[in-house]
Structure formats: structure tokens, C-alpha cells
Design a protein around this ligand. Structure first.
Ligand code: ZN
Length: 460
């Protein structure tokens, strides 16, 4: 029976609240339900287990999913939704659709391979270990996409409409401006920096009743040092030791930034002419998208050529293992960025034990990931069921980030002409969100809440 007291509009955070992964926000009225992002939980086991429960919403009543961008923590749960009967549409920009296709196919493959390995070596508690979804599930998901350009309003139904605005985070990434029953929402998605390395800066919006703002780096300021300088120092240091530099990298944005920086440094002779290997099938495919979608980033054709100049591309897994036949200094960029899976694991198995080598962590490392353990100085790391002692040097740089830092977030907010009714902070660890909440409160005096996972907010 319909409850006449039911508030007409609800916001429910089903993921990406109190954590940076699993982003899912449900907007719900009496008549319609739309999900903003549909991400996979990653990192800590208690979070990853959430991927395996029944979807925390009524899939049959879901009208649509709107994707801000193609990172796994924003799109990686879509195939599960489809397994549970979701028939679309999934709204996204064209580059986001293509990035998502690459990311989901890779995710399915990694999950299938992990399950196979677990069964082969018997290190899973589940018998047999199964993937969360497979490539077939992904191929059923991708046709559900409906693409739209940025800066064009799309009518979803008689109550809701939305518009993609540039967010400056990765290729195709968007802020979602959303109107529902006379109220304006701005979902930041992942917000880029004020001066992104490869992207156009985020769109500045003048009005919103509710802002749902990411807070990944809500308590941090990125290093002011140039990433070119930081990386040159690490490359030269590793070369002087006669070692190999391994850079676990996210396939989207980070791999392209690294290629541009390393190749520019090599051309300027700021680093020795060490061979550069890109061993990330996904990174290679995403780099091709950058070359196709020239309007969606700020690289000139000359910079695109520099990015790809004399890079050894490794598509075939068999070849991965041969890269180390020759132990001369070299640079290897391999996925995944938080060392949660992918080819980088095979390199680390062989290279971690020698202090000549360097592992460079060039991105965010979520708690519970191998990347976060390496960063915090762990003595050994478990890979494929065995422990490997870490003798290699582990370095990290803070100057490369596709996320706004605290100053960027405050700068972006400063363009709203009036105080919103409320800001919800999501997509951040507790400390990051809390510091940003205090900062916004002190700076603008606005009403800020930290979104709680699973909580429903009734908005009048
Ligand atoms: Zn992202």
C-alpha cells in the first residue's frame, strides 16, 4: 500500500560513502529511480564482500543508470546489475562508454583468471572459486549504453532531466547536473584538478540546491613539485643503481600521463635513453582512445606523438615474461595501479627481491590493497598465494593526480553564486571527508553532511 506520508524525493548512498570505491547513488521518487554510477568495491575484504551480496536496490524498478566516468569504482558493478535483470539504459558520454567497455572486459578477465588460479593453487576458501561476472556478462551490458554529448540536457521522464558537464578527471568524465521535481542536483563524480595535465579543466557551475561532492583528497594538498622533476629524479636514481623501474599504473589517464612525461624527459635528455615498456593491454587500448577523441583532452597532435614515441607495447602475456630476460635498466609501466591484479604482479614477483630495483607508486592506493601495503613499508607482499620479501626501493610521488585536492575542491565550490541547501560529501575516507566538511563550513558557512553508506536522505 502506498504511504501518503512518503517523502517525494530521496537520495540513498549505496556505495562510495566512507570509502572511495563502489560509488552508487540512488535518486528515488514515488514514480522513478535512477542510479548515478554503479561502481565496484575494491580494497579491504569487508568492502569487496559487498560486491557479492544481492544488489541493495529493486533492480526491476530502476529506470536508468547515469555514469560519470569509466573508472572501475564507478562502473564495475554494472554487469552484476545486468545479471540481476537490469535492461538499461546506461547513459554516458561516448568516450566514457568506450573506456567502460575496456575496463569491464578487463575486470571480467581478471576475475575469471583469479578464480582459475585460486582453483589451481587451492588458495581460495570457496570451492570452486567463481568470478563475480565473466566476459559474457560484460557483452550483455555494453549494448545497453546510450551516449550523449556534454552540455546538452536529456529528458529522462516527466520528473527528471540531466546534463553532462566536463569534470576534467579522465577521458569523457563528467559532472552530472540533474533536475528532479524542481530541485537541482550537482553530482561532481570524480572532479579533476584546476589545471589537469591532459584534460580540459572542470566546468564551473553557478547554482545547485544539492551538491554531491567527492572528497578523495579532502584533507590533502598535492605536491607543488613538478611531476617531471619528481619522475626524472627517480628514473635517474634507479639507472644509477643499474636497476629496473616498475610503475604500477591505472590504465586510464595515469598511463598516458606517465608516457608523456617519460618521453618528454627522454627527448630533453633529462633521463638516460632507457627503454620504456607499456605492459597493460587496457592501457594500450585506452591510449588509442586518446588518439581518437582529440576534442576531449588538451593534448596537441605533437604531444600525442611524443606520448607514444618509441614505447615498447606488450599485448601478449607470453612476451611479458620475456621482458626480464634482459636485466638492463628499463622502465616498465604495467597494470593495475593499486597492484590488486594484472601483469604488474608477475613483474613484482621477480623484481621485489632486489634492492637495485625501484617500485614507483604514482597514484592513489586504497587501504587494503597491495599498493597501500607497499607504500606503508610492508616487509613482504602476498602475490598468487605466496609471500615475496620487499628489498626493492618503494617510492611514491604526490604530484600526479587526476583528483582535485582540498584547494581545488574549495576553488570549484567558490563558483556557486549562492549557498546550496546542502552539500553531501562522498567518495572519501572518513578523515578526508571530515576535514573537508570543516573547511567548507569555515570558508563558506554552508550546510555540509558526510554521506553515510546505506543511509537514505529525505529531501523536501
Ligand atoms: Zn575516477
Amino acid at each position: 500500500m502506498k504511504n501518503e506520508q512518503q517523502p517525494p524525493l530521496q537520495l540513498k548512498f549505496l556505495g562510495g560513502a566512507g570509502t572511495v570505491t563502489g560509488s552508487k547513488i540512488l535518486v528515488k521518487t514515488d514514480n522513478h529511480q535512477v542510479l548515478i554510477d554503479c561502481g565496484l568495491f575494491q580494497g579491504l575484504k569487508e568492502l569487496r564482500l559487498l560486491n557479492w551480496r544481492k544488489p541493495p536496490l529493486d533492480v526491476a524498478k530502476l529506470d536508468a543508470v547515469i555514469l560519470t566516468h569509466g573508472h572501475l569504482d564507478h562502473c564495475g558493478y554494472l554487469p552484476v546489475l545486468v545479471k540481476y535483470g537490469f535492461k538499461g539504459p546506461i547513459y554516458a558520454t561516448k568516450p566514457t562508454r568506450d573506456v567502460t567497455g575496456i575496463i569491464l572486459r578487463d575486470s571480467a578477465k581478471i576475475q575469471e583468471e583469479d578464480a582459475q588460479e585460486a582453483n589451481r593453487y587451492g588458495y581460495s576458501r570457496h570451492h570452486p572459486a567463481k568470478p563475480l561476472y565473466n566476459e559474457r556478462d560484460v557483452e550483455r551490458t555494453l549494448p545497453l549504453f546510450e551516449t550523449h554529448p556534454q552540455d546538452k540536457w536529456i529528458e529522462l521522464n516527466e520528473e527528471m532531466k540531466f546534463c553532462f558537464r566536463n569534470s576534467g578527471h579522465i577521458l569523457g568524465s563528467s559532472i552530472v547536473e540533474f533536475e528532479c521535481l524542481g530541485r537541482k542536483f550537482v553530482f561532481s563524480g570524480d572532479l579533476g584538478r584546476r589545471h589537469p595535465l591532459l584534460m580540459h579543466p572542470p566546468a564551473l557551475l553557478p547554482t545547485a540546491d544539492y551538491i554531491i561532492l567527492e572528497s578523495t583528497y579532502g584533507d590533502k594538498l598535492h605536491s607543488e613539485t613538478s611531476p617531471y622533476q619528481e619522475i626524472a629524479e627517480i628514473v635517474n636514481h634507479t639507472f644509477s643503481k643499474g636497476g629496473i623501474l616498475v610503475i604500477p599504473s591505472f590504465a586510464v589517464e595515469r598511463a598516458q600521463e606517465l608516457l608523456l612525461i617519460l618521453n618528454t624527459l627522454r627527448q630533453e635528455k633529462s633521463i638516460p635513453p632507457m627503454p620504456i615498456y607499456l605492459d597493460s593491454p587496457m592501457g594500450i587500448n585506452v591510449t588509442e582512445l586518446y588518439l581518437n577523441y582529440t576534442d576531449w583532452h588538451s593534448l596537441s597532435p605533437a604531444e600525442c606523438r611524443t606520448m607514444m614515441h618509441d614505447v615498447h607495447i606488450i599485448r601478449d602475456f607470453e612476451l611479458s615474461l620475456h621482458v626480464l630476460d634482459n636485466i638492463n635498466p628499463k622502465i616498465i609501466i604495467a597494470g593495475s595501479g593499486m597492484v590488486t591484479g594484472g601483469r604488474v604482479l608477475y613483474y613484482l614477483e621477480k623484481l621485489l627481491g632486489d634492492k637495485k630495483n625501484t617500485v614507483l607508486l604514482a597514484g592513489f592506493q586504497a587501504p587494503g590493497t597491495r599498493g597501500s601495503l607497499l607504500r606503508s613499508g610492508a616487509n613482504d607482499i602476498k602475490i598468487h598465494g605466496s609471500y615475496y620479501t620487499v628489498h626493492a626501493e618503494v617510492k611514491q610521488i604526490g604530484s600526479l593526480s587526476a583528483h582535485a585536492d582540498q584547494a581545488d575542491l574549495l576553488w570549484w565550490l567558490s563558483h556557486f553564486k549562492e549557498a546550496p541547501t546542502r552539500i553531501f560529501l562522498n567518495h572519501g575516507e572518513a578523515q578526508a571527508s571530515e576535514e573537508l566538511r570543516l573547511k567548507i563550513n569555515d570558508t563558506y558557512g554552508w550546510n555540509v553532511a558526510i554521506a553515510k553508506m546505506g543511509a537514505t536522505y529525505n529531501l523536501w
